[in-house]
Design a binder for this molecule. Structure first.
Ligand SMILES: Nc1nc2c(ncn2[C@@H]2O[C@H](COP(=O)(O)OP(=O)(O)OP(=O)(O)O)[C@@H](O)[C@H]2O)c(=O)[nH]1
Ligand SMILES: [Mg+2]
Length: 199
């Protein structure tokens, strides 16, 4: 059974994505760091997102960057999840410009780029509904023309800032929004392209 493990800064939407992709009802929070331990589920993607019947071991991890003490407390189990993953899904929030927390935590997780899991790497650029000027096209349920331009630039920037740290390719940087149920089929497709490891 392949392992899909989800990482990223607190509040980016890791648990929301877990719920949306696997039909779960794990607790999320608008304001406070929520997931306090690695949470596991064995199951398939919901059938509106994928026709495949692969059973995954899903690991949802506590977000990084909440505080120094929380990061220290959670590090070991996040590290173990990272190195057991067949697919590493790193979640970024589209309207965030800071990369230092992601970069520093990846450096720690990879022993300063010395040790990588034999995994396939995907970045979800979540919460694209919040991208300036926040005028989501509700008629067609897609980004507005103005948002689409920024989302493309943001995805390029994320690749530029993250690829020195994580071996991710441009076609595996996937814009999405859980709230609008948009981009999730593409995200599942990117996750399902496990080239690098025999399962
Ligand atoms: N606008 C918007 N809000 C979202 C989206 N995805 C998640 N959220 C909200 O973002 C907040 C944080 O979501 P979580 O899923 O708890 O985030 P998390 O990454 O699991 O957070 P930690 O467990 O603290 O690391 C919640 O209020 C979600 O409803 C999205 O696509 N758009
Ligand atoms: Mg969470």
């Amino acid at each position: 059974m392949p392992t899909l493990a989800i990482f990223g800064q607190t509040g980016t939407g890791k648990t929301s994505l877990s719920n949306a992709l696997f039909g779960l009802d794990w607790r999320t929070d608008d304001a406070i760091s929520c997931t306090q331990e690695v949470t596991q589920h064995n199951g398939a993607f919901i059938n509106t997102l994928s026709q495949g019947d692969t059973t995954w071991q899903l690991l949802d991890t506590p977000g990084v960057g909440e505080s120094k003490s929380a990061d220290e407390e959670h590090f070991r189990e996040i590290y173990d999840a990272f190195h057991s993953a067949d697919v590493v899904l790193w979640v970024r929030q589209a309207d965030t410009r800071t990369f230092k927390v992601d970069q520093e935590s990846i450096l720690e997780l990879t022993n300063k780029r010395q040790k990588f899991p034999n995994a396939h790497f995907v970045i979800a650029v979540n919460q694209i509904d919040k991208v300036y000027p926040e005028n989501w096209d509700t008629v067609n349920n897609q980004p507005s023309v103005e948002q689409a331009v920024f989302i493309s630039e943001i995805s390029d920037l994320i690749l530029h800032r993250m690829s020195p740290y994580l071996p991710v390719e441009r076609h595996c940087v996937i814009p999405c929004t859980v709230s609008r149920n948009y981009g999730l089929v593409e995200l599942v497709q990117a996750i399902s392209q496990i080239h690098h490891k025999e399962i």
